[in-house]
Design a binder for this molecule. Structure first.
Ligand SMILES: [Zn+2]
Length: 275
């Protein structure tokens, strides 16, 4: 799933093209993709967007007149692109915004299951839709992170991915961040020393910024991720083979030397079956 660095890089790329021309036609949208019906998509015709904004992993496109907001969540397989005038687009995108001047924003989604979503909302309704999200992970800071960690006794990997606690991090960047902070994915959030809280705050910031910089240059996963999806490959810090453990519905990657003092983490799903 695209996470904060991927979505922020996309937001920056979309910002200018989206405000260049008024909308000529909104839609069509796949019936499973469009989550709202009132106001209708036709209400966007002739309006101009102010550009692209982001909350966590979601994109927001507010109209210049302040009346409407297009909210878009790519989820796991949805992908948003801006096509310039004359550029060949997909035949049946899940959602499309066509602009005067010929450019278009298209959302496509691989596979039969349509999980990505588009909402057309008033600014108040958009606020309500986003109200459950915690503060943005980028620029969070040590103080705020310490409060979040203290408020919840959770395993770190699980807490970092919880959009209600802090918004923007998913399983890939949780793997990268915890490795940089030299913390176990299974460490309890309330049990960190002040020094570990500082390391985690710094790692959140440095990893998300590293990801953003690389994604803005168009880097692919294999270049961006150093821990995520690298089972058996040498850790870039110490050379120990990267290990993997299944936890809840997710697969976690970590370095046993850098992060868990040499301990191999037990597969929670498997141990549950054996109990
Ligand atoms: Zn290591």
């Amino acid at each position: 799933m695209p996470e904060l660095p991927e979505v922020e890089a996309l937001r920056r790329a979309l910002d200018e093209p989206l405000r260049a021309f008024p909308i000529e036609q909104a839609g069509p949208a796949h019936v499973a993709t469009l989550k709202t019906f009132d106001p209708p998509l036709a209400a966007l015709t002739g309006r101009r967007l102010v550009g692209a904004e982001r909350r966590g992993k979601r994109l927001l496109f507010p109209t210049e007149d302040g009346e409407l907001v297009v909210l878009l969540h790519q989820m796991t397989k949805g992908r948003v692109r801006y096509l310039r005038s004359g550029e060949e687009g997909p035949k049946a995108p899940a959602f499309r915004l066509r602009f005067q001047g010929g450019g278009q924003l298209v959302l496509t989604e691989a596979g039969a299951k349509k999980r990505a979503g588009v909402w057309l909302l008033s600014p108040e309704a958009a606020e309500a839709e986003l109200a459950h999200l915690g503060p943005d992970a980028l620029g969070l800071g040590e103080q705020r992170l310490a409060e979040i960690l203290a408020s919840d006794q959770r395993r770190l990997h699980s807490l970092l991915r919880d959009q209600r606690a802090l918004a923007g991090i998913g399983r890939a960047w949780a793997n990268e961040i915890l490795h940089t902070a030299r913390l176990s994915p299974f460490a309890a959030s309330g049990g960190l020393s002040p020094g570990q809280v500082r390391s985690l705050a710094e790692a959140i910031d440095s990893e998300l910024r590293r990801g953003l910089e690389l994604r803005e240059r168009g880097a692919k996963d294999t270049k961006v991720y150093r821990i995520h999806n690298r089972l058996g490959e040498p850790c870039h810090v110490c050379g120990t083979p990267i290990a993997r453990v299944d936890f809840e519905e997710h697969t976690i990657y970590y370095c046993p030397d850098c992060q868990t003092g040499g301990r191999v983490l037990k597969d929670r799903r498997l141990s549950r079956l054996l109990r």
